[in-house]
Each structure stands twice: as C-alpha cells, then as structure tokens.
Design a protein around this ligand. Sequence first.
Ligand code: 5RP
Length: 236
Amino acid sequence: MKPKKVWVEKAKKNAALEAVKHVKDDFVIGLGSGSTVAYAIEEIGNRTKREGLRVLGVPTSYQAFMSAVEREIPITTLEEHPVLDLTIDGADQIDEELNLIKGMGGALTREKIVANASKELIIVADENKKVKVLGENNHPIPIEVIPFAAKPVMHKIKEMGGTPVLRESGGKVGPVITDNGNVIIDANFGLLQNPTELELKLKSIPGIVETGLFIKMADVVYIGKPDYTEKIERKK
Ligand code: 5RP
C-alpha cells in the first residue's frame, strides 16, 4: 500500500480530471473551493491553453478566484450569467444518495448559491469522503451565521440536540470570518438519519444564512481511489 498522502493527492487529481472532461466550449462554469477542485481549475486552465477551450468561470470563494486568475481563466459573475452550465466542487462527506456535507473551507453559502444556479453539479473527492450516513465520525455541519445572531443560534442548536462550536481562525485571533462577513458554527448532530428535515429546521432559525447540507443537489460524483476513479450518478 502506498503512503496515504501520496495516493490521496493522486486520487483527488484523477477525480478532478474526470470532472473536467464534462466541460465544453462556451460553458459558464461554477468554480468550487478546496484542495480537490484546485486540480480541476488547474486542468481547465490547461485545456484553455492546450485546446483553445473557451469558458468563463464563476468563483465561489477568494481562493477559487485567485486560482482562476493564476490559471488565466476569464471570470464572470452571477449578475452576467445567472444560469451556469456546470459547477465542479468538492465535499467533506458524501452519503449513498449523494447528499453532501460541505463547508469545511468556509465557502458553503456561495458554493450552494452557485450550485443551485447550475444545470449540473459535479462533485470531486477522494475515497475518504464517502460515508454510509452523513455525520459519521462526529463530522459537524458547518453553518454560516450573521455575527449578531451567533449566540442565540448556538443556543437553538443546543436545544435541538446539537453541539455547536464557533469556528476559530487558524491565522489570527478570533473567529473565522467568511467571504460574506459572517461567522461559521460547526454543529455536531451525530448521525443524520433525516438530513432533509434537519436542513429545514436549521434554515428556519433567524440568523442562519446557509448550512453545509447539500441535499439532492449533486448530479455526478467522481470518487478517486488508490487505483481508479469511481463515477456515481444520482438516481432521479
Ligand atoms: C469548502 C468546501 C470544500 O469543497 C470541501 O471542504 C472539500 O475540500 P477539499 O477538497 O480540500 O477536501 O466545501 O467550503
């Protein structure tokens, strides 16, 4: 067995390369965030140079914006293109129905807006992201919250049986502030037997902007494994 770090990076890259094969000339593409999508953005950039592929990208975060600029992918906005052809994004957990937990990179709100504006959402990930039930291994749900509401939202989450933690910044003192000027609360609800119901309950709490639960949004998932890439399509 190869050392984990080596195969995981290769698996992420292979999954990303498969996703980029869906990109066609004149596509407007949502560019997701995270280390796996970074390989996809790199490959889109390579194809624009290699094949003269013409695309426009809508970045979901400052990170995605900077990667697109570095790869010389022309940028556009949802104002100019409210309907996108395709979004490629990563995920933190993927269940058997292709429901997702996203947002460990803190970009969940823009990611969900862009995914929802897209005709197709393709997710790229390595095998470690696959689970039977969302919430396995005590994985929390990232939730973007208006700072004014942080404490009451944490109180409500506790009342609902969750364990909320305000995400702290690794690079400065104080909380992580999202690209939208909000904070992130990571809420552990254990195993999510009914993620749809939980999503609805959370979205009804004033101050919650968005949750990292992406229910029935992914159309195709590419899972990079040590030796091959698995393609899974959502049953409709
Ligand atoms: C950011 C996300 C990312 O897509 C998710 O965290 C996966 O990242 P990586 O590919 O680095 O594991 O949702 O908000």
